[in-house]
Ligand binder design. Structure first.
Ligand SMILES: Nc1ncnc2c1ncn2[C@@H]1O[C@H](COP(=O)(O)OP(=O)(O)O)[C@@H](O)[C@H]1O
Ligand SMILES: [Mg+2]
Length: 338
């Protein structure tokens, strides 16, 4: 089952400076971010290779200035890359004409930004219908579609409000609805919840997961909040100085950080909240008895792990056995090992 990735980028560089192409082609192999900076250039994206699969939620995570937005702008060619290749659904986006590129963005890609970017003098409904208007849809069709997505994001009854009459969370719901109006296959969200209060933010994350369960889009979601990344991601790419330090499932990131930098990031994280039984299951173990669900986190199994005296506990998912998990190993994650 090797389905073609929706986005495939190979050795992508985005260098800012006076003559970045020339600089990159003459740059010695293995030049560091700081060496590049000393030469008067900024490596916004530094030799990144990453694939995004259909229906996957890839979260790009990193501190401010690590290159997250720059990388995602490259995916839609809002930035011309300095080196490497980017394919979207098998097509090299560097080979597209300006017109084809606009079509691609308009028909396939949805974008949501931290700053909402709503039109202040238009109502909720008009804001949501705006991309459809750009597409030349007639008033009835776009109104019907806008009503549908406004409902989808929970803003029914507020269709005629203006952005200023809405809370931050509600405004971002409008931003989300607007980006969904065109039914994009690929959805880019650049810190969409970063401007919101923590409680609202959590609510929006839940809502977002609910939407994704329904829509199953291919998503690239940017955040600088590790908790948010862990809650949402199928895989997390951790960036530093333009480079991807590690790209892996949340379980693997907390269990096996690839670099010292990633380890530092994961240090404070309660691993029991992240690690799921399926990851700990040894397929060669064949324990007997009642099984735990592979999708359960170690934390949710805490009581059972403490009380169940079996050395190896069976794990299954969708009626299929995944093997057995070592109770002591799970307890170590729960309580912290010695
Ligand atoms: N248009 C630009 N011109 C010059 N430098 C830029 C430009 N855009 C981004 N950068 C630099 O690239 C680096 C990565 O920025 P950015 O992708 O915005 O980071 P993040 O989204 O992770 O906060 C930063 O050092 C930033 O200053
Ligand atoms: Mg950014």
């Amino acid at each position: 089952m090797t389905e073609q990735p929706v986005i495939s980028c190979k050795n992508v560089w985005k260098i800012f400076g006076s003559d970045p192409e020339k600089y990159l082609s003459n740059m010695p192999e293995g030049h560091s971010f700081d060496q590049i900076r000393a030469d008067g250039y900024i490596a916004g994206v530094k030799d990144v290779s990453i694939d995004v699969s259909k229906g996957e939620m890839l979260v790009i995570m990193g501190l401010s200035g690590s290159g997250k937005s720059t990388l995602v702008r490259c995916f839609s060619r809002l930035h011309e890359i300095t080196g490497g290749t980017i394919e979207v659904e098998g097509q090299d986006i560097m080979s597209l004409s300006e017109k084809e590129l606009i079509e691609l963005r308009r028909n396939k890609m949805g974008m949501v930004f931290q700053s909402f970017g709503l039109l202040p003098h238009r109502t909720v409904l008009e804001n949501v219908a705006f991309p459809l208007e750009m597409r030349g849809q007639d008033v009835h069709t776009r109104r019907a579609r806008a009503l549908e997505v406004v409902k989808l994001v929970g803003l029914e009854g507020r269709e005629e409000y203006f952005p200023r009459e809405l809370s931050g969370g509600q405004q971002q719901r409008v931003g989300i609805a607007r980006s969904l109006a065109i039914e994009p296959d690929i959805w880019f969200l650049d810190e969409p919840f970063s401007a919101l209060d923590p409680l609202i933010r959590r609510e929006m994350q839940d809502e977002f997961l609910r939407l994704q369960a329904m829509l199953n889009k291919t998503i690239v979601f940017i955040t600088h909040d590790f908790d948010e990344a862990l809650r949402l991601a199928d895989r997390i790419a951790i960036m530093k100085d333009g480079a991807v330090e590690q790209c892996d499932t949340p379980d693997q990131i907390v269990l096996n950080p690839a670099t010292e930098y990633v380890r530092k990031f994961t240090e404070e994280i309660d691993k029991a909240r992240v690690v799921r039984a399926r990851v700990l299951a040894d397929p060669s173990a064949k324990p007997e008895g009642e099984a735990v669900d592979g999708n359960a986190t170690v934390q949710s199994l805490a009581r059972l792990l403490v009380n169940d005296k079996r050395k190896t506990i069976p794990v299954s998912e969708d009626g299929k056995s995944l093997g057995g998990l070592d109770r002591q190993a799970a307890l170590d994650i729960l309580l912290g090992s010695e």
